[in-house]
Design a binder for this molecule. Structure first.
Ligand code: GCB
Length: 603
């Protein structure tokens, strides 16, 4: 097991092999917060809109000693304090700011958030402040004191505030800044709305000082009869043990902790997770003082030549791409109900697979997809022309990647980690993405690596895939817009594909735009008929790609994008959805549905 850097075989307990090990270098992030006792800090937060960052910088543009973070109040009538959270407007958390106030529709910049709360600490307690996501840069202060800064808009982060939280009244201030920057991931240019704000939930999570911080329980790579795992306990006492049980599989092991860590390997053959039977097992983890429960599925995912094998069997990935955009109201998804609407549409379409584009989606989305039997492609926003030769950009991308894997490593539904989308070829890009791939392989060997590539060479007999990133990844994603950005829809039916690599290909994007309710001839852009024709002809095309292992057309639902300004048609929406943002299905939805449900598409 390459996951474990140092393995020392110790003993046999209950017939299972017990190992001591170091968990790989994952993010310092509590696993499975769903199962934890939490105090929610969601709801109304007081906000100050601060385009010039006056709450942070003085007029010489040096950071103030005391900015808005200290939440100062007037003590006497003559005091000059030019801000007041208590009389300020409010925004709802979780939620983006752009869709909550008309004047923030196009806003990109800084907004300060403040929340008061009271707390009564208990004995033997460790308290974490946990943010599911803030877009993009968050400086977090507790009672005026900086806890830390987090960069990256779609991944969770936490602070141990046990020694800082007060008995009684406390306040949190977060400086949220979503200015796009050239060196960021994503960079200045992107085809989705840069929704700002505390977009996902915020929690106070309390647990015993000695607690289960992280664990991994999955099938060993390629083995359907071996469950491998490890548990990390923070502040463990000498001689302390951890117990892992999977009651339905009659597995019950008690493991000694070494430096707070223990690993195990169980020889057992679980019913495997698959789309038709997304079986999850209750897994219980206990230490003396702490316990938690997770529902975990077991499956293997591999490639053989140009096929993808789920549990050793060839599978065609019938997918759809999805942005984390709320149906009916637009803006960021903020509830489980919204996740379920999107996922149920994917099921109705006949999918067994979803591409969660272009950044890690919220944890609920992944967990619910898993329960519904949807395989998941999860990706980081290494998108278009990020600065591949900038070391800070790399560090940022790697942090997002490692955090995504840390959060979701126990989700059997995730079969593909995607490292990049439509990145222009260069040596720097090759080195950057290869390094990310190495990182994934050092952390997780139980999933496949992919990237959505743009670069296909037009040969005499059609398109040829020869981007050298193909050497690095396991599954080649190809974004192709035949019939939309190039060629007529009819020309797609006869377009042929070849690949330099003996690897599976997923057509990770394909499609075209239509305004729901706009009808006309098949050659009229933006009509449902045109879009349907794009789908029909592309479906004809893919029947002839013998190394094709799946598709995830672009996209389930229309989504906001400031690049899309065609008045009366786009109105700030990318219209390539099969469903409008108001939940109306376009003709193309039914074309794809027919292909997925009625055709024997086992390629
Ligand atoms: C792409 C991008 C995606 C865009 C899409 C489009 O290739 O990966 O983010 O939204 O094309 O609609 O052009």
């Amino acid at each position: 097991m390459k996951l474990i850097k140092k393995i020392l075989l110790l003993s046999l307990l209950n017939g299972s092999v017990v190992l001591f090990a170091q968990e790989p270098e994952l993010a310092d992030l509590l696993q499975n917060i769903e199962s934890r006792e939490k105090i929610s800090l969601d709801g109304n937060w007081d906000v100050i809109i601060d385009p010039l960052e006056n709450g942070y910088y003085n007029h010489w543009l040096t950071p103030k000693k005391e900015g808005y973070n200290v939440n100062k109040k007037m003590k006497s009538p003559s005091d000059l304090i030019e801000y007041n959270f208590d009389t300020s407007p409010q925004l709802t958390v979780p939620g983006d700011w752009n869709t909550q106030m008309e004047k923030l529709y196009y806003y990109e910049g800084t907004i300060w958030y403040k929340k008061d709360f009271s707390y009564t600490p208990e004995a033997d307690e460790q308290v974490y402040l946990y943010f599911e996501a803030v877009n993009y840069e968050a400086m977090v202060y507790l009672n005026g004191e900086l806890l830390g800064t987090h960069i990256g808009g779609y991944t969770p982060f936490q602070f141990d505030i046990s020694n800082k939280i007060k008995n009684g009244n406390n306040f949190i201030v977060v400086k949220v800044d979503n200015k796009r920057k050239r060196e960021n991931v994503p960079t200045l240019n992107q085809d989705w709305w840069n929704y700002g704000g505390i977009t996902r939930s915020v929690h106070l999570i309390s647990m015993p000082v000695s607690h289960i911080a992280d664990y991994s329980v999955q099938l060993a790579k390629g083995k359907n009869d071996t469950i491998e795992g490890w548990v990390k306990v923070k502040n463990s006492a000498p001689g302390q043990t951890v117990r892992v049980t999977i009651p339905e599989l009659n597995q019950d092991v008690t493991l000694p902790l070494e430096n707070g860590k223990a690993a195990f390997s169980l020889e057992v053959s679980p019913t495997l997770w698959e789309p038709d039977n997304p079986k999850l097992y209750e897994v219980l983890i206990e230490t003396g003082s702490d316990h938690l429960k997770d529902n975990i599925g077991f499956r293997t995912i591999e490639t053989r030549g140009s096929s993808i094998l789920l549990n050793g069997k060839n599978i065609f990935l019938k997918g759809i791409s999805i942005h984390e955009e709320a149906p009916f109201k637009t803006g960021r998804v903020t509830s489980k109900e919204e996740c379920l609407i999107l996922l149920n549409w994917a099921k109705e379409l006949g999918c067994n697979f979803i591409r969660l584009a272009h950044y890690p989606h919220n944890e609920t989305m992944v967990r619910e997809a898993e329960k519904m039997g949807l395989m998941v492609w999860s990706e980081i926003p290494v998108y278009w022309t990020i600065l591949f030769d900038n070391p800070d950009t790399y560090t940022n991308a790697e942090n997002q990647l490692v955090t995504m894997i840390s959060r979701d490593k126990n989700r059997a539904a995730i079969v593909l980690w995607s490292l990049a989308n439509e990145t222009p070829e260069s040596d720097a890009r090759y080195a950057f993405i290869s390094k990310l791939a190495q990182k994934v392989r050092s952390l997780d060997q139980t999933r496949l690596i992919t990237a959505a590539l743009d670069s296909q060479t037009e040969g005499e007999n059609g398109n040829i895939i020869e981007d050298r990133l193909g050497e690095v990844i396991d599954v080649i994603g190809i974004n192709s817009y035949c019939g939309w950005y190039g060629g007529s829809p009819e020309s797609c039916a006869t377009l042929r594909w070849a690949s330099k690599f003996d690897k599976p290909m997923i057509m990770s994007e394909v499609g075209g735009g239509a305004l729901y309710g706009l009808h006309g001839e098949t050659n009229e852009r933006w009509t449902e008929e045109y879009q349907a024709d794009v789908y029909l002809n592309n479906i004809e095309m893919i029947r002839h790609i013998d190394f094709l292992a799946g598709i995830s057309p672009w996209i389930l639902m229309d989504f906001r994008s400031p690049r899309r300004s065609l008045n009366r048609i786009q109105d700030d929406f990318n219209r390539k959805g099969l469903i409008s943002e108001q939940g109306r299905k376009k003709q193309a939805f039914f074309i794809l549905q027919d292909f997925y449900l009625n055709e024997n598409n086992q390629f």
